[in-house]
Ligand binder design. Structure first.
Ligand SMILES: Nc1ncnc2c1ncn2[C@@H]1O[C@H](COP(=O)(O)OP(=O)(O)OP(=O)(O)O)[C@@H](O)[C@H]1O
Ligand SMILES: [Mg+2]
Length: 209
């Protein structure tokens, strides 16, 4: 939490957000006039039936809508800056560094041919949170914080060698590696069994604190 948000302004403020997807059957309105506010240091949960636009709202907030998706109206203000219409180069810096994302499906969101440690190292190096010299050590530290036991050994393994719970923790480690101001978690535990779900949620809570 290096930068304090502008006094009086929430960290994230979404106003009348509209998102549409262009499909073979024409344009589909996936998000229609969604508004929400999140103050720094607080938690906001979005609940809704399947297909109601939760993931789409989250992806819009991090500027990662799929190619056929587009924000067609409204505003997304993060830390005093308007994200709608922001150039990709600028967005790329905010993403990962100031906004972290824990995606819904751990298997399809980790690179299957890259070791866990390498994927975390990439995030740290890209955002200059580590140097080539100290990156290995920082990777292990980040993994330990995310509750991954035997982190040094696990760092050398590929995603398929880890259990679902450990893969999800690896994604949490990536999302929180740069200590972002905002963490967006899209059903981070849906793919896991109930006992592991609680552990992961506690872990996210602790790290967010
Ligand atoms: N890439 C896409 N192309 C076309 N339509 C899409 C695309 N992604 C999502 N949609 C549509 O947008 C709507 C919202 O989907 P979204 O995935 O945001 O819902 P959700 O609330 O996250 O659902 P779930 O609880 O199942 O994850 C749905 O009608 C969905 O079919
Ligand atoms: Mg979803």
């Amino acid at each position: 939490m290096s930068t304090e948000p502008v006094q009086g302004e929430p960290l994230l403020k979404i106003t009348d957000l509209q998102v549409a997807f262009s499909t073979m059957h024409g344009s589909v309105q996936a998000v229609d006039n969604a508004s929400m506010e999140l103050a720094a240091g607080s938690t906001l949960a979005i609940v809704g039936e399947s297909g109601s636009g939760k993931s789409t709202t989250a992806m819009a907030a991090i500027g990662l809508l799929p190619g056929n998706g587009k924000v067609t109206g409204g505003s997304i203000r993060f830390d005093g800056q308007e994200l709608v219409g922001m150039p990709e180069s600028k967005l790329r810096r905010i993403r990962g560094e100031q906004i972290g994302l824990v995606p819904q499906d751990p298997m399809s969101n980790l690179n299957p041919v890259s070791k866990i440690g390498t994927q975390i190292a990439e995030t740290l190096l890209t955002h200059r949170q580590a140097t080539k010299k100290d990156v290995d050590q920082k990777v292990v530290a980040v993994m330990e914080q995310a509750g991954i036991p035997e982190a040094a050994r696990r760092a050398k393994q590929y995603p398929h060698e880890l259990s679902g719970g450990l893969r999800q923790r690896a994604l949490i480690a990536i999302a929180l590696a740069c200590r972002p101001q905002l963490l967006i978690a899209d059903e981070p535990t849906s793919a896991l069994d109930v006992t592991v779900q609680q552990v992961i949620l506690d872990q996210i809570g602790e790290m967010t604190q």
